[in-house]
Design a protein. Structure first.
Lengths: 446, 413
């Protein structure tokens, strides 16, 4: 629920050997908090180290007996923590410290520093433990080989060096114990075992649920609007109109598309198929459901944004009848709430349980819903900034396939011509590291 | 009610733990929650089996009867535990969705036998999730005994009871990973929680729910927003402001809470985003020196096309809908609006908030929404919801205690 007790600051610190998914967890949590409307940021120890010590660090740099390197690394970690504290002091709500933090001493220092900097700050420690060598190898392959540290090595050399680096850390690794008196969550082997110690509070409880359900299965999420509706044709908002003739044709072609996409019975039975309770979505879904022989779940949570007193009007009529509202909406499409209706911010809050469910699922997800709703869902997985949400392009007669991976989200748009069934595909691979909006000044800004 | 997939499989929740660890309390709360969100859920326990068996002496507590050397009692206990398991199986084989089992589960062998019984007798897909409550804090155990056990014990003293538990503890085997069970261990009422092999939507929800439980008996106040002009005109829905009388009543409400809360500013204070809710909460909040959190989750039920009409107008314009609503008031959905089931779903996050709060909770909202919240604490079946009485200018004070919920109502005039 948005807005619960903003006055309390939260600091989250990760603990764990390299390649245990700490950065993955940090980024996911960061995304989740920003999505819920909190000001959240991740401070990555590794990035500070790269910025200050350079990227030419092989595993010997991480030898705990290498005093000079130890001092350098310790200084970098202190900087990251200071930046986090500054961030929280300057209006930030949640600061996430992404680092190994594997000794009791280090954790003790950080906890003290945080507690003495703020009155009533809530700290949460998240330790990721993994003994499964396959998972670790996979993590290394997916995330480390392309790491700036290894730009001068080939992947085999990089892997060997990285495994050596892990061995360095293992020498001094101390898992969190209860006598450290910290609020912590330990997740072992990607959620097979979870331990929660002294975690209380609204947001912290939410974090526990979120982490319990995290996984790294690359499952696809299909988003499509209902076929063209009568109101679409008349250019009216709201209402509960049915499909137009073109819309019905789209439903057929959509069913064909999904039929090709999910060839076997096992795959079909495993799909999570969601739609809204509005006629246009239900009818579109029913056509697909029949062809695939699966049942959609109709959720009111996925109903289109409630346009209140403007229900059934065209934009021209709204401009004439409610000129002030029309103007207001133009200026602030995100926060503007239709009288007796909803705003985009309300929508974002409303669909949170659905997002949670999708995060949790390890099976393909198929959602047939509405423009505003899909804008919100799309933005969450694609990591768009919230102010962008109301203007995202989610056209009719188009299936958007998202495949979220560790640090980026694959996207494929399939535009289906409702009359001819002709398909045109647009693929886009957006790597988080190279998002064009942030001109990368240094590693620390990542 | 289909909020999410009515699971393709049935769910069995098995409770494990020594006496006075809160198993009954946990099963009671879980059962209430699951029924409220729409599942058909029931508890099967030794106590329950005993109550159903008229041949047994109902004055003896077979679940807890203290003499460990009494072979006959041990046999009866075994039998009752077995009966409860069989009744559980029948329940799930017919139309039950979720069954909670509170029987003999303290040793690995007991649990093995239970697993085998389910495997043998259940002819459909099912999942078992084990919930263990562990406690080594003597104060907590003492509290548990005081609150719940002593009423069941006429002759025994607390000391005798503690001794009994210590005897049982010698043979008690906590859940271990090697048993290959999916479980959650709650230690010292959630101070430490361990989860192993968590799987599935429902189990995930149950874990989230359990993480928020605690043993503080704090008050929950449910109040309607005060009078508006819509009340005077007999109109439903809308977003009207408070009338002059409404504002006066809000002042009186504020005065009442000044007395009641005795200066406690740490309360959990929620209201809706409707004008009447916000205004009432502002006046009350000003008196108490606190601000309410406004959430759309507490907005009144959406009356759809009937919004803003008087009761007579609706009867005239939409007789078919009136008939439908009379036939099935719980599931009836106002066209382009909501049903009570939709409201329950909408209000669920608030229940989590209330459960989590260890301080008093004050909620200023509206009739239909409050009916749903009230039902969570008081009703055994959600089809009672439409008939619940939530009068205006009345503070409903609920204090949930183990197995129960105390209620008192105060009319503010």
């Amino acid at each position: 629920m948005q807005g619960c007790n903003r006055s309390q600051k939260i600091a989250i610190c990760t603990v764990g050997l390299p390649a245990r998914g700490k950065t993955y967890i940090s980024r996911k949590l960061n995304r989740y908090f920003n999505w819920l409307g909190y000001k959240s940021r991740v401070f990555i120890n590794g990035n500070y180290r790269r910025e200050i010590c350079g990227t030419e660090c092989n595993s010997l740099f991480f030898d705990p007996h290498n005093e000079e390197a130890q001092k350098a690394r310790s200084d970098c970690a202190k900087m990251a923590l200071q930046d986090l504290i500054q961030f929280l002091k300057n209006g930030g709500d949640v600061g996430i410290l992404d680092g190994t933090n594997i000794t009791k001493e280090r954790r003790h220092q950080i906890e003290n520093e945080l507690k003495s900097s703020f009155n009533g700050i809530q700290t949460l420690w998240i330790e990721s433990i993994c003994n499964d060598s396959k998972v670790i190898q996979n993590n290394i392959r997916l995330t480390k080989i392309n790491n700036p540290d290894y730009c001068n090595m080939n992947s085999e050399q990089a892997t060997i060096d990285f495994l050596n680096r892990i061995k360095m850390y293992e020498q001094i690794y101390e898992t969190i114990t209860d006598d450290e008196n910290l609020s912590y969550i330990k997740t072992m082997n990607v959620g097979a075992d979870i331990i929660v110690h002294q975690v209380f509070g609204f947001l912290l409880s939410k974090i526990v649920s979120f982490i319990m359900n995290l996984h790294t299965y690359p499952r696809p999420i299909y988003l499509s609007r209902h076929g063209e509706s009568q109101y679409n044709v008349d250019d009216r908002v709201g209402g509960d109109s049915d499909l137009s003739q073109l819309g019905e044709m789209y439903a057929d072609k959509l069913a064909d598309f999904f039929y090709q996409e999910f060839p076997t019975k096992e795959i079909k039975n495993d799909i999570i198929f969601l739609t809204s309770t509005m006629r246009r979505a239900v009818h579109t879904s029913d056509v697909v459901a029949q062809k695939l022989e699966i049942q959609p779940l109709q959720l009111k949570t996925l109903d289109e944004i409630n346009v209140g007193i403007c229900d059934g009007m065209t934009y021209t009529e709204i401009a004439q009848k409610f000129p002030n509202d029309f103007q207001e909406r133009k200026i602030n499409k995100l926060g503007y709430r239709y009288p007796r209706g909803e705003s985009y911010l309300d929508l974002i809050s409303r669909i949170e349980p659905v997002i949670f469910e999708i995060e949790r699922s390890r099976q393909p997800v198929m959602i047939i819903a509405h423009q505003a709703i899909l804008r919100c869902l799309y933005a969450y997985f694609h990591q768009n900034e919230i102010p962008e949400v109301p203007t995202l392009d989610i056209p009719l007669h188009c299936v958007i396939k998202l495949t979220p991976a560790a640090y980026f989200c694959d996207e494929k748009r399939v535009l289906i011509n409702p009359q001819t069934g002709e398909i045109s595909i647009k693929e886009e691979y957006v790597q988080e590291f190279v998002r064009s909006k942030s001109k990368q000044k240094s590693f620390i800004d990542l | 009610m289909q909020q999410y997939k009515k699971s393709q499989y049935k769910l069995i929740l098995v409770l494990v733990g020594l006496p006075a660890r809160g198993k009954t309390h946990i099963s009671y709360k879980l059962n209430r929650y699951l029924n409220w969100i729409g599942y058909k859920s029931e508890i099967f326990s030794i106590k329950g089996a005993q109550q159903n068996n008229t041949q047994l002496d109902q004055n003896i507590d077979y679940e807890l009867e203290i003499d460990p050397t009494n072979q006959q009692f041990a046999e009866v206990r075994q039998q009752l535990s077995f009966t409860a398991a069989q009744e559980l199986v029948s329940f799930l084989q017919s139309d039950g969705d979720i069954a909670l089992y509170n029987g003999l589960t303290s040793t690995k062998l007991d649990r093995q036998k239970l697993k085998s019984l389910f495997k043998e007798k259940l002819k459909l897909e099912y999942q078992v999730f084990w919930i263990e409550s562990i406690c080594d804090d003597p104060q907590v155990i003492l509290n548990n005994i005081n609150e719940s056990k002593l009423s069941r014990f006429k002759d025994q003293t607390i000391e005798q009871f503690m001794n009994y538990i210590n005897v049982l503890a010698q043979n008690y085997e906590s859940l271990e990973n090697i048993e290959n069970l999916s479980y959650i261990k709650l230690i010292n009422i959630g101070k430490l929680v361990k989860v192993h092999m968590l799987e599935g939507y429902l189990c995930s929800k149950i874990v989230s729910f359990l993480l928020n439980l605690h043993a503080n008996n704090r008050q929950i106040y449910l109040v309607r927003s005060c009078q508006t002009e819509y009340h005077q005109l007999d109109k439903i829905g809308g977003d009207p402001e408070l009338s002059i009388t409404g504002k006066q009543n809000s002042q009186q409400l504020g005065d009442y809470f000044i007395e009641e809360l005795k200066g406690n500013k740490n309360i959990t204070f929620f209201t809706s985003q409707m004008k009447r809710g916000i205004q009432t909460a502002e006046i009350v909040g000003d008196k108490l020196g606190i601000k309410a959190l406004k959430t759309k989750n507490l907005d009144e039920i959406d009356y759809g096309i009937c919004d803003g009409l008087t009761v007579k107008e609706i009867a005239a314009k939409y007789p078919k809908q009136i008939k439908e609503r009379k036939a099935n008031p719980l599931e009836f959905k106002y066209p382009r609006g909501e049903s009570f089931l939709d409201v329950i779903h909408r209000v669920e996050p608030i229940i989590y908030e209330i459960e989590r709060s260890r301080e008093p909770v004050l909620i200023i909202a509206h009739v239909a929404v409050l009916k749903c919240l009230y039902a969570y604490y008081h009703c055994n079946q959600i089809n009672e919801i439409p008939n619940i009485d939530i009068p205006i200018n009345c503070v409903i004070k609920l204090v949930p205690i183990p197995y129960h919920c105390l209620e008192s109502r105060v009319i503010i005039k």
